[in-house]
Design a protein around this ligand. Structure first.
Ligand SMILES: Cc1cc2nc3c(=O)[nH]c(=O)nc-3n(C[C@H](O)[C@H](O)[C@H](O)COP(=O)(O)OP(=O)(O)OC[C@H]3O[C@@H](n4cnc5c(N)ncnc54)[C@H](O)[C@@H]3O)c2cc1C
Length: 260
């Protein structure tokens, strides 16, 4: 079977800076890491490979420097790494990102399963997985916490819902997004780090995929970020002292004084 893991590079810092002109994240010269949720996606793909036999591809859309991150993914035992990178992809919102990724996925071709992280720790929308599945026209399931069984043309999984867990069966090819309960990602061995240093990262540019320019980058992004800011948190706290009766009386007084 062929598995494709979507891997996003995210800032490895809380001090994210925004470009005031374009309202996009400044990614150059910022320490970058594999999106933490994607490490669970990589691990799950590698576990499937070890159990059932599979070829695991990693795909990312990002800046050229993301090639280093893809090397780290190779050290975590993916077999092949593909990086979509081109100025024409810059400024993509989630729709344009999913479209570009779908073209990269189609270029890899012949896949049975696509695994994404639950969400990215910077954009946080959790939209790319479902949107990618929709663009490719395949089934998808989000928040998968366990893969129970993979059969020839379907797989059984456990999905986390608001009320608990749900066992589902999904027809292949499919896309799933995974939560951190699914596994404990392994650490790379020294041997695999060394091997990854020499690994070839396939660079795919706009010209290499059969993509519509109107659907990529800023041009293909219906979402416009008008303003970005850090919210101001104002917390007014009051400490109520006294016996339980006095505290209750004071609390009732405060609550009754609040204008609604
Ligand atoms: C108007 C606008 C302009 C933007 N401009 C830029 C920009 O110039 N540069 C920029 O970097 N971002 C930009 N963004 C942010 C960009 O849209 C998101 O980073 C991206 O679409 C992914 O969304 P997300 O971070 O919410 O991922 P989520 O949907 O939360 O990610 C879920 C999963 O999808 C997969 N995934 C998501 N993104 C990628 C990816 N790129 N490659 C591989 N797998 C992925 C991963 O498996 C991830 O765990 C812009 C957003 C908007 C709205």
């Amino acid at each position: 079977m062929k598995i494709i893991v979507c891997i996003k590079q995210v800032p490895g810092t809380n001090e994210v800076k925004m470009d005031p002109e374009t309202n996009t994240i400044i990614r150059e010269n910022v320490p970058a890491i594999i999106n933490p949720f994607d490490t669970y996606a990589i691990e799950e793909a590698v576990r499937i490979k070890e159990k059932y036999g599979a070829e695991v591809f990693g795909i990312s859309m990002g800046i050229p420097a993301a090639a280093e991150m893809m090397r780290e993914a190779v050290s975590l035992k993916i077999d092949k790494a593909v990086l979509l990178t081109d100025r024409k992809f810059a400024g993509s919102d989630t729709l344009a990102t999913s479209y570009a990724l779908s073209k990269g996925v189609e270029k890899i071709g012949g896949y049975d399963l696509i695994i994404c992280g639950k969400q990215a720790t910077d954009g946080d929308t959790a939209q790319v997985g479902p949107s990618l599945a929709k663009t490719l026209g395949i089934a998808y399931a989000t928040n998968i916490s366990k893969i129970i069984e993979i059969k020839k043309d379907a797989m059984r999984c456990m999905k986390i819902t608001d009320d608990g867990y749900e066992e589902i069966e999904i027809k292949l090819p499919a896309l799933i997004t995974v939560v951190k309960e699914i596994n404990m990602p392994r650490l790379p061995s020294i041997k695999s780090i060394k091997k990854a240093k020499k690994a070839e990262i396939e660079i795919v540019t706009f010209g290499d995929i059969d993509a519509d320019e109107e659907r990529t980058g800023l041009k293909g992004s219906p979402t416009q970020v008008r303003k970005t800011f850090v919210p101001v948190h104002e917390v007014n706290s009051v400490e109520i002292k006294g016996s339980p009766g006095e505290k209750a009386e004071k609390l009732a007084e405060i609550l009754l004084s609040i204008e609604v």
